[in-house]
Design a protein around this ligand. Structure first.
Ligand SMILES: [Zn+2]
Length: 261
């Protein structure tokens, strides 16, 4: 029997990336819960949100514990929020999609870590309307690593740092901070350093389109708040740009070259 080694290898690596994603995702749940409360992230043992019982390691296995416990606390039988397995599973999917599109490179690892930060800051921003600065510093550090591992293209990243954030800085000055928050500006500065200016501008435009389409729809249907957390939309734009950005940009540029003939 002929076994396609290529597909087997892809499948195996997808499982590995997915499992890493799920494990990191369970840490994201801790961050989402504790960062807005300014609680300690590492030193405090996890406990049930309902009865306060300290959880054992076998209660904390990402995704699997939720399934085995039937979505209930082992001690008080209270339902566990569906957010936990959702974030874990979603983070696993984000990693697998990145691997399948980008292969195994330093950039893939940096993008995986960035997309985890985006996922956590999106949930926090949607709830608290604030992006904790730690996430932006984390993405900035990922950007520095990208810059240092691709020094021949350094200007792409340095321009990326200022390209969108400079525009947002002016926007904040003009609107006196009513339209856009400083957290969004810092986010686009950090991702600019990581993605380079072309992909970062694309990410911002995609974020704006998603925000207007989705938020206007939600306002029409649910009478949603006129205030909008921009972080989740920017994050979605950044993730799409990380995966398909290069194809989209080169397609766009080729259209231009064709027209200018
Ligand atoms: Zn409990």
């Amino acid at each position: 029997m002929n076994i396609d080694v290529d597909i087997l290898e892809k499948l195996l690596y997808s499982v590995v990336f997915g499992l890493y994603g799920i494990v990191v995702g369970s840490f994201l749940n801790v961050l989402i819960l504790r960062v807005p409360l300014k609680e300690s992230i590492t030193f405090e043992r996890s406990h049930c949100m309902s009865c306060g019982h300290t959880l054992a390691w076998y209660d904390l296995l990402p995704l699997f514990s939720f399934v085995f416990l039937g979505g209930k606390c082992r001690y008080c039988k209270e339902h566990i929020s569906f957010q936990y397995p959702l974030i874990e599973g979603l983070n696993g999917v984000l990693y697998i999609v990145l691997y399948l599109n980008k292969g195994i490179t330093i950039v893939t690892i940096l993008y995986c870590l960035c997309s985890s930060a985006l996922l956590a800051l999106s949930v926090i921003d949607a709830r608290t309307r604030e992006i904790p600065v730690g996430f932006n510093i984390f993405i900035f550090i990922l950007g520095l690593i990208r810059l240092l591992t691709d020094l021949s293209h350094w200007s792409q990243y340095v321009i990326g740092f200022f390209a969108v954030s400079g525009f947002l800085f002016l926007l904040i000055l003009v609107t006196k901070g009513k339209g856009m928050g400083g957290g969004d500006m810092k986010l686009m500065a950090a991702t600019g350093l990581l993605l380079g200016w072309k992909l970062n501008i694309l990410a911002f435009l995609l974020g704006c389109v998603l925000a207007s389409v989705i938020h206007l729809t939600m306002m029409a249907i649910k009478k949603a708040d006129r205030y909008m957390s921009f972080g989740p939309y920017l994050s979605a734009g950044i993730y799409i740009a990380m995966i398909w950005g290069e194809q989209l940009v080169s397609w766009y540029l080729s259209m231009w070259a064709f027209k200018s003939l």
